[in-house]
Design a protein around this ligand. Structure first.
Ligand code: HEC
Ligand code: HEC
Ligand code: HEC
Ligand code: HEC
Ligand code: HEC
Length: 392
């Protein structure tokens, strides 16, 4: 019986998912339509529930407050013509009727599964890179027997099974109208040594069939975890896996080594992401004697801020879409081991408590984008570590 099983998975996979459960769980039948993810739920329940909690399902401006804010901000200044350009990656199945139900499906099942080819040429991305397949036919990783399915099933698709090609159709690169690079995940990935595939980290194999139609005991998760997992569901494990932290406290000196465990930069992707490393020195009773910054990390201890800063012609910080230059890129490079060090710590300090906070958008952009009231505008902790004194 698929239904109770799918519901249990839905609840465990996305505790903060929208209040209305998908129709398959309420008993309403949804007619099969390749472009309606709800109509996949009856047979691919686990995958549907995972996808629904993912940012791919929230990629339309009605569902993602940060995207909505930046899109509106740009349309006010750069004209309505911006909309279809964004749609090319945020909902490539519909790039004209931007408010239609189809557009609102975001990066839908059909976006990734109704394909006959994925072009990988420089500058060709989103809708331009995706060559749609025959109506009503899906291609997945298996080339399964489709006789029991309401859709046709084509040959196994290499752009899915290599775990990279399809992802880079939208995640490789972006630049602003002045030609300044904003997103560089593809180039970062190309620089990583012995890189695993995107899907090995972002679509890990999870136990349980992908739904009632599956002939397998496990499947690749469609939750597409990333930074938003700190807000949606409060899961720190995935983000914590981005970094390894080592350290040493000796005399009046402290040192931390940050090791990038992703196969791209950290933070990668959207240029506004910021990770801040706070270190607090305490004695054995837990009294605080030292901290690497108190209020403003960029002013007091810039080494602890992993971010990019974009500027205009006068060198003033500005949102990436309007910048003429990237003034600072202090993110970790792929495979990088970065040392942070501090001197003159008080001798009472016996332990260093380290916490890493993640911002989806940099604090100066919050007001500009009028996002003060959104929980997404406030940072979340993603990892912590404790370093004990090794030598007096
Ligand atoms: C080439 C494909 C592509 C195009 C075109 C594109 N985006 Fe995106 N966008 C992405 C991807 C992929 C992400 C996810 C983060 C990443 O990898 O950069 C993203 C994420 C974002 C985010 C962060 C959302 C969040 O919740 O944190 C914003 C804001 C955004 N895009 C705005 C826009 C706007 C505005 C446009 C149109 C002017 C646009 N994007 C066009 C691919 C694209
Ligand atoms: C961003 C792209 C993307 C989206 C969106 C997406 N998929 Fe997938 N899907 C994949 C990839 C990649 C694989 C293959 C992973 C592997 O096995 O290497 C896959 C595998 C599958 C499989 C095979 C499962 C099995 O048992 O092995 C099914 C079924 C499937 N997807 C259905 C769906 C449905 C239904 C949706 C929408 C609710 C969806 N997918 C959305 C990329 C996507
Ligand atoms: C009535 C049941 C049913 C519905 C509804 C359904 N499918 Fe399927 N689907 C199947 C069956 C059966 C298979 C083969 C499963 C297997 O062999 O493990 C399959 C396989 C797949 C595969 C994997 C193909 C492969 O060989 O790798 C994808 C992708 C897929 N379906 C996508 C979708 C999408 C997208 C929807 C919704 C638009 C959908 N399906 C709706 C029954 C269904
Ligand atoms: C070794 C594991 C690993 C591999 C391989 C990997 N990633 Fe990531 N990725 C992560 C982790 C962990 C994070 C969270 C930290 C961060 O945001 O950089 C992340 C973050 C992201 C983000 C979020 C960016 C944003 O805007 O906040 C995107 C998009 C992404 N990865 C895409 C990819 C793509 C595309 C590939 C393949 C070209 C890939 N990743 C390969 C582990 C991996
Ligand atoms: C059709 C374009 C497209 C394809 C193909 C695509 N993505 Fe995305 N992806 C997006 C967009 C757009 C976003 C940002 C949505 C938003 O935040 O509004 C995104 C967001 C993400 C995120 C960030 C989640 C977070 O928490 O912020 C990850 C991770 C990710 N994608 C991984 C993948 C992987 C892995 C693949 C390949 C299997 C893939 N994507 C294929 C367009 C795409």
């Amino acid at each position: 019986m698929p239904r109770p099983f799918a519901l249990a998975l839905l609840l465990s996979a996305c505790p903060s998912a929208p209040a209305e459960p998908p129709p398959a769980e309420t008993g309403a039948e949804v007619a099969f339509d390749l472009d309606n993810p709800e109509s996949c739920a009856a047979c691919h329940g686990a995958i549907h529930a995972e996808w629904q909690g993912s940012m791919h399902a929230q990629a339309h401006h009605d569902k993602d407050p940060i995207y909505h804010a930046l899109r509106s901000f740009r349309m006010e200044r750069q004209g309505e013509g911006i909309g279809p350009k964004c749609a090319s990656c945020h909902h490539p199945r519909e790039t004209e009727a931007l408010e239609s139900d189809l557009a609102k499906q975001g990066v839908s099942c059909a976006t990734c599964h109704n394909l006959d080819q994925v072009k990988r040429e420089e500058g060709v991305q989103g809708a331009e890179a995706l060559v749609w397949g025959e109506p009503g036919v899906v291609r997945g990783p298996h080339g399964a027997d489709g006789s029991a399915a309401p859709h046709g099933i084509g040959e196994a698709a290499p752009w899915l099974t290599d775990g990279v090609t399809l992802c880079l159709a939208c995640h490789a690169a972006a630049e602003n109208p002045k030609g300044v690079a904003t997103c560089t995940t593809g180039a970062e990935y190309a620089d990583a040594k012995d890189a695993a595939s995107c899907t090995s980290c972002h679509m890990p194999e999870v136990e349980g069939p992908s739904g009632s139609a599956s002939t397998r005991e496990s499947h690749r998760s469609h939750a597409f975890l990333g930074p938003h997992s700190l807000w949606d569901g409060g899961n720190r494990a995935f983000m914590g896996s981005a970094l390894e932290i080592e350290g040493e406290l000796k005399g009046t000196q402290a040192r931390l080594t940050l090791i990038n465990k992703t196969s791209h930069g950290f933070p990668s992707g959207f240029p506004g992401r910021v990770a801040i490393i706070q270190a607090v020195g305490m004695d054995d009773e837990g009294n605080v004697h030292w901290s690497n910054f108190s209020k403003d990390p960029m002013a007091e201890d810039p080494q602890s801020v992993l971010n990019k800063v974009y500027v205009d012609d006068e060198g003033k910080p500005i949102l990436p879409p309007f910048a003429t230059k990237l003034a600072r890129d202090h993110r970790l490079k792929p495979d990088e081991r970065r040392e942070l060090s501090w001197t003159d710590l008080p001798e009472q300090v016996q332990t260093l408590k380290v916490s890493v906070r993640f911002h989806l958008i940099p604090p100066p952009a919050v007001e500009l984008l009028k996002l003060q009231d959104s929980p997404l505008a406030h940072p979340r902790p993603m990892k912590s570590a404790r370093i004990d004194r090794t030598e007096p």
